[in-house]
Design a protein around this ligand. Structure first.
Ligand code: IPE
Ligand code: IPE
Ligand code: MG
Length: 227
């Protein structure tokens, strides 16, 4: 039977959620943070061990400066601001993505969050910020070249990822109806299951994670073999 150890989420639809209510896009992002808190609780209830959430892609810098600024401020202030709640839930925060390009203040707040939650072990929450699948693979391969490696293998490439101890993602789900990966977990998604849900991200909650888990348990993972 398939076991859902690592769930990845492409949190999409914050802008559409806000637009439907005639609110600025920022209001959608703020609401999205609230649903993330509910989803974290849902993941713990469902005994999921690793949760990776796509917060900001290497392509999201193309958005208007004000929106990028708002998102960076969320990562700087809000996430560290939730540290007590996060810690009380037993959540360990890890960062995934390219540090260069991120504002100093955001890095400082995120590093502090990582440091202060490192002993927690109920759920590992990987925040994908300034993350891109191409960037992840390229950084790993360039590091191997620097180390003098002349031939790469899958385990060697993986060993240079930001958190090589985290197992590959089992199920990638995306909110808001779009059916694409948008550069999320390109390498580790080789054999992950995919699920697409119409519900906009700010409308996700604990119950949605129950649904997601039930959907995953119906999948027949064959990894190229026979079931
Ligand atoms: C997801 O919501 C959040 C980020 C990508 C940062 P969007 O902002 O992409 O919302 P839509 O897709 O415009 O509705
Ligand atoms: C993907 O969503 C990135 C995140 C959820 C952080 P986008 O909204 O940026 O993706 P596209 O542009 O619709 O592919
Ligand atoms: Mg979007």
């Amino acid at each position: 039977m398939a076991e859902l150890v690592h769930l990845g989420i492409i949190m999409d639809g914050n802008g559409r959620w806000a637009k439907k209510r005639n609110l600025p896009r920022a209001a959608g992002h703020l609401e999205g943070l609230k649903s993330l808190k509910k989803v974290i609780k849902g993941a713990i209830d469902e005994d999921i061990k690793y949760l990776t959430v796509y917060c900001f892609s290497t392509e999201n810098w193309k958005r208007p400066e004000a929106e990028v600024k708002y998102l960076m401020a969320l990562f700087t202030n809000k996430i560290y601001g939730e540290i007590k709640t996060i810690s009380n839930l037993g959540v360990q925060i890890r960062l995934l993505g390219n540090r260069s390009g991120l504002p100093e203040a955001a890095l400082k707040a995120l590093d502090r969050t990582v440091e202060e939650t490192k002993e927690n072990n109920k759920l590992v929450l990987q925040l994908a910020i300034n993350y891109g699948g191409y960037d992840e693979i390229i950084r790993a391969v360039n590091q191997l070249i620097k180390d003098g490696v002349s031939e790469v293998t899958v385990p060697l490439i993986r060993s240079k990822f930001d958190n090589p101890d985290i197992p590959p993602v089992d199920f990638i789900v995306r909110s808001a109806g779009e059916e694409r990966l948008s550069n999320f977990l390109l390498f580790d998604s080789a054999y992950s299951e995919l699920g697409f849900y119409d519900r906009l991200w700010p409308d996700w909650d604990e119950e949605m994670i129950k649904t997601v888990k039930q959907d995953f348990l119906k999948r027949d993972r064959r990894f190229g073999g026979l079931s």
